[in-house]
Structures are given as structure tokens and as C-alpha cells.
Design a protein around this ligand. Structure first.
Ligand code: AHM
Ligand code: MG
Length: 347
């Protein structure tokens, strides 16, 4: 199928109606324009991207499709959560000692089922399971946080799924990721992904049931106006430099936005610029966020969009994992703010 790029500078790459892989009856007005072109669905995008990205083989395409189809199912459950008796706690704690929500559990099961059945994942790691699942000796590895932002599930605030894909071993540094991304279940459901050549975003179209390319090239502004950190922990932060940096930003008239779902806070940072920080504190001496399925995929996206991801001491993508559920401090965002933060941390 040939995708005809009618206007590469437009907000979405579109292709002709005649070439559409979506059944005609499912094409609606919003996704077509007057010239009869429409936004590119996820699978069609992958088939075109394949020509430019050598590591995007058929197996990786199948795997990505499987993850995306799982997230569509999760999105459906999230949308109807209040009607399905799946809100609230599952009555247990996970490997990290955190309370598991019913939706955490459901999202985890959906992803695991899809990944085990597709036959393309050799190792699978999830925030919700203690050990990794070894399915076969070689192939793609997937690490995921099935439902990030658990504390926001019950209050109908944006949450998301984060994934990271490597070849053959989960315990490789983040810079070797072949693909990483997240799906945010917000006012719109969006998929944001990188295959190592920039960052693209798709918006879920409930009419056709497809993720359609809506953000062909996400570039992080060099400098923003927003900082994002849980400031209630200020007194517990182990770095005095960090306190001074936040005070400096206030003096520069920055504004604070903190959702408490990493997917939502990173999504805003990717689009608007600025800085997101989850630092080490007296309680969480390595920070709270997990390397494999939170810090590393998000850093990959941020770097691919032109930003920086660091722990304050080293580049997040250079860390060789030692533990499946290892935590690291996270400082990610626009170049200007992250470099300025590093200056403050040095003193
Ligand atoms: P989770 O994966 O159990 O939901 O925990 C991770 C979340 C992140 O989404 C978010 O950045 C952070 O925890 C918020 O933590 P806090 O409530 O301490 O600010
Ligand atoms: Mg999480």
C-alpha cells in the first residue's frame, strides 16, 4: 500500500481514500478531508516506516500491533471503569509493596495474555509481577507498566500504559531500546512512540477503532515555562541544590503542573517543554520511578524529541540494569531546564 503524502507540513500525514486499509463504512468525516485523504492508521504507518527503519521487521511490527491492541482493550475498560465494578483496590500489594488496584491487575492480565499469545516476545517484565516471564531463548523483550498513575484511577484523571522493547535481554541499557512508548488514557486516548527515529503520536479514533497519526513529529521545545515535581516532598529531598533550582524557577516566573501520573506529566512536557523531576528523597533514596518500564522508555522518548534524561549523575539511557524493578531518580525535559538543573545540583 502506498501512502500518498499530500501535505507533509500539515498536522497529519494523510493518504488517499482509495488506498485506505480501513473499511469504507468505518471512515468518518473527522478523519477525512475534502480531497478525500485521511489520517494514517498505526499499522499502515509501521508498514511505511519499515522502509526507513532497518530494525523494524515483521516480528517487531506484529509485537507492536499486539501491544497496541491490548491498550485498546485497556482503554475500553478504563472508559467504563465506574460501570464495571473494577474501581478500587484489589486488596493486595505488589512486589514493590504498593497497593494494587483492580484496574492495574486487569491491564496487566490483558497485556500478558496478548504478549504470551503473539509468540514474538521472549522475555516479559511487568511492574505487577516479581520475576520476568521467560517465553523463549531469543526474540524481543518487553517491559511494561500496565497502568501508570495508579493513584489517579479512581478519580478519573489521566493514566497510561508504558512499554519498552529490546532484543534478546531485558537487562540492556535504555539506549539500546528498539521501540518505546506510552498510551495515555486521557480526554483522548493517544499513543506516543519512538522507533529510534524521532517521536510520533497517534490519536485513537473511536469510530474506526484505529489509532490515527495525528502528531507526525513531536519535538520538545528547547525551553519551556513549566516545572513538574511533587513539591510536598521538598523537605525530604536529599539535594539542597534541587531546592535552590526550584526556587530559581519560581523567580523566573515558571508555573507548576503536577498530575501525579508520569504519562500525563511527561506527555505535557513533550508537547510544551519544561522539566519533570522525581528525585531521590529520604524515603525513596533512589527515587520512586522504575528504570526498566518508566524512566528508560520515557527518557528514550524525551531524547528522541530533542530533550535530556538524567538521574543528576548520569544519563538514564546509559544505565545497565541490575534489577528488574530497580528505581532511579528522574530529571527529564527540555535541554535548557535540565542543563540548568544539573548546574544547581553540582553545588
Ligand atoms: P505507579 O506506577 O504505581 O502508578 O507509580 C508511579 C507514579 C508515577 O506515575 C508518578 O509520576 C508518581 O508515581 C507519583 O508519585 P507521588 O504520588 O509520590 O508524587
Ligand atoms: Mg508506574
Amino acid at each position: 500500500m502506498v501512502i500518498k503524502v499530500t501535505n507533509p507540513t500539515a498536522n497529519a500525514i494523510r493518504f488517499t481514500f482509495a488506498n485506505s486499509p480501513i473499511p469504507n463504512h468505518k471512515i468518518n468525516k473527522e478523519t477525512t478531508n475534502q480531497e478525500g485523504t485521511m489520517a494514517v492508521p498505526f499499522t499502515a504507518y509501521l508498514l511505511t516506516a519499515k522502509e526507513e527503519i532497518p530494525h523494524l521487521d515483521d516480528d517487531l511490527i506484529l509485537l507492536l500491533n499486539e501491544i497496541v491492541s491490548a491498550t485498546k482493550e485497556i482503554a475500553g475498560k478504563v472508559r467504563k471503569a465506574g460501570l464495571l465494578s473494577i474501581l478500587g483496590s484489589a486488596g493486595k500489594t505488589n512486589v514493590q509493596g504498593e497497593e494494587v488496584q483492580k484496574l492495574d491487575e486487569l491491564a496487566n492480565e490483558i497485556l500478558l495474555e496478548n504478549l504470551k499469545n503473539c509468540g514474538k516476545a521472549c522475555q516479559i517484565a511487568s511492574e505487577e509481577i516479581e520475576d520476568c516471564l521467560i517465553v523463549s531463548e531469543s526474540g524481543y523483550t518487553v517491559a511494561f507498566d500496565p497502568l501508570d498513575g495508579s493513584s489517579n484511577i479512581d478519580v478519573n484523571v489521566s493514566i497510561g500504559t508504558i512499554f519498552s522493547i529490546h532484543k534478546d535481554s531485558l537487562m540492556k541499557p535504555g539506549r539500546e531500546q528498539l521501540a518505546a512508548g506510552y498510551v495515555i488514557y486521557g480526554p483522548s486516548t493517544m499513543l506516543v512512540m519512538s522507533l529510534g527515529k524521532g517521536v510520533v503520536g497517534f490519536t485513537f479514533d473511536p469510530e474506526s477503532g484505529n489509532f490515527l497519526l495525528s502528531h507526525p513529529e513531536i519535538k520538545l521545545p528547547e525551553k519551556g515555562k513549566i516545572y513538574s515535581i511533587n513539591e510536598a516532598n521538598r523537605d525530604k529531598w536529599t539535594s539542597e541544590g534541587l531546592r535552590k533550582f526550584i526556587d530559581y524557577l519560581k523567580g523566573e516566573k515558571y508555573t507548576l503542573r503536577y498530575v501525579g501520573s508520569m504519562v500525563a506529566d511527561v506527555h505535557r512536557t513533550l508537547l510544551k517543554g519544561g522539566i519533570f523531576i522525581y528525585p531521590a528523597d529520604k524515603k525513596n533514596t533512589n527515587g520512586k520511578l522504575r528504570l526498566l518500564y518508566e524512566a528508560s522508555p520515557m527518557s528514550f522518548l524525551i531524547e528522541q524529541a530533542g530533550g535530556i534524561g538524567t538521574t543528576g549523575r548520569e544519563r538514564i539511557l546509559d544505565i545497565v540494569p541490575e534489577d528488574l524493578h530497580q528505581r532511579v531518580p528522574v530529571i527529564i525535559g527540555s535541554k535548557w531546564e535540565v542543563e540548568k538543573c544539573l548546574e544547581f545540583l553540582r553545588f
